[in-house]
Design a protein. Structure first.
Length: 95
């Protein structure tokens, strides 16, 4: 679980540094009794969400992040739009 969460966070931060033009990145890891939440938020450029989880869209990093979240029995959600930053959230059940 730790390895998958680390790689998701690493990919999200790398994407911000490479593409977002952000001045701030926030990383939050929160645990509750049976659930873990990971959120990476930036104040960057954001982007259009169409086809983001399709290989045709060329967003292989995002596809890999989603696959890692699913391996944990969780899910990855992405909120973004051009000009308004990006939020990546992963929720996963704790073993």
């Amino acid at each position: 679980m730790e390895q998958n969460l680390l790689r998701i966070a690493q990919e999200a931060v790398t994407n911000v540094l490479k593409h977002a033009g952000a001045s701030k990145i926030w990383v939050l890891l929160h645990m509750e009794a049976r659930r873990l939440y990971l959120r990476i938020t930036d104040n960057g450029l954001g982007f259009e969400q169409s086809n983001i989880f399709s290989a045709l869209g060329g967003h292989f990093g995002l596809i890999g992040m989603r696959e890692r979240a699913e391996r944990l029995g969780g899910e990855l959600r992405l909120e973004t739009q051009p000009g308004s930053g990006t939020k990546v959230e992963v929720t996963a059940p704790l073993p």
